[in-house]
Design a protein around this ligand. Structure first.
Ligand code: ZN
Length: 305
């Protein structure tokens, strides 16, 4: 995906194109407009907040604003520094129309959750476009120079340049990060079938820097009678500059011993779109580790003996 067009340009931001590069983090905010639950999140607030940013009265700005209608405003080009969570350079701010005092139940309620989902979709797209790990960052991670997704409060606690505490203590991080990491369906797999003798597939997405272990046979496949399996690993869309994506892949046999799957260093260099296929033996587990320069999709197919 490419950057979406600007909908309403915020007034109070930097102006230098490219000045925000390289992007190192996505910072999630709550607008804290004082309207309370659930008015703060309702349809139209993203637009009214964007109008506020554009009107010259606001002392800050953010790149994106989302509300519970799913509407999104884009107010500052991604490569321009916006003033949302200092130090701002290298970060992209997403404002969720919400109050940081929301309870967990309120965050997860139908009146608010679609705004969280919309923010997660944008965070995911930004992580993918700027090659950021889809990981949550805490202040220690930020200070260590790690890249990923955090809240305004994490930036505040790391560098003490702001006292803002959004997105607040009850923000549903597990659910949000699950949405950020929600698997697309990029992995070629056989057509699912209810028939026992047809190959079945378990697909998953391994984000950059992530790892995943497949058990074989998969739990839902039953304990006995599964005779053949293949692990298919395919570089997803995000090979850096179109180059290969490297993955480390290991197979753990029924004896519990890990062995290399490709070559002696367990590293496969995968050209985007070209799958690597490994035959598995009954009882094998397969582990896939994505290196930091791109995402991969992984799929285990298995069939009855
Ligand atoms: Zn904030």
């Amino acid at each position: 995906m490419a950057e979406p067009p600007i909908t309403l340009r915020a007034t109070f931001s930097d102006t230098v194109r490219g000045g925000n590069l390289p992007i190192t983090r996505v910072v999630v905010h709550a607008t804290a407009g004082g309207q309370g639950y659930p008015r703060e999140s309702r349809a139209g607030v993203a637009h009214s907040t964007a109008l506020y940013f554009a009107g010259g009265q606001a002392g800050g700005s953010a790149h994106y604003i989302v509300d519970a209608s799913g509407a999104e405003e884009h107010c500052v080009p991604d490569d321009v520094v916006a003033f949302h969570a200092p130090p701002n350079q290298g970060s992209i701010g997403i404002e969720i129309c919400a109050d940081p005092s929301y309870t967990r139940d309120q965050w997860l309620s139908p009146q608010v959750w679609p705004a969280v989902q919309a923010a997660a979709r944008r965070a995911r797209e930004l992580c993918d476009r700027f090659k950021l790990p889809r990981n949550r960052l805490l202040p220690a991670n930020l200070l260590a120079g790690q890249r990923g997704v955090c809240a305004h409060v994490d930036v505040s606690n790391a560098w003490r340049q702001s006292t803002h505490w959004d997105t607040g203590p009850n923000f549903p991080w597990p659910e949000f990060m699950a949405e950020v990491n929600a698997a697309p369906a990029p992995v070629p797999s056989p057509v699912p079938s209810e028939e026992d003798d047809m190959p079945q597939a378990v697909s998953a997405h391994v984000p950059a820097g992530g790892e995943l272990v497949f058990a074989f046979p998969p739990a839902q496949g039953g304990a006995a009678g599964w005779g053949r399996a293949w692990l298919t690993v395919i570089a997803d869309r995000f090979g850096r500059e179109g180059g290969n994506v490297s993955a480390r892949i290991a197979i753990r046999g029924g004896d519990g011993v890990w062995r290399a799957a490709f070559g002696r260093d367990m590293t496969a260099s995968l050209a985007p779109g070209t799958p690597g296929v490994i035959a598995l033996n009954p009882g094998d587990n397969a582990a896939v580790f994505s290196d930091t320069n791109g995402d991969i999709g992984a799929c285990v197919e298995y069939a009855k003996a």
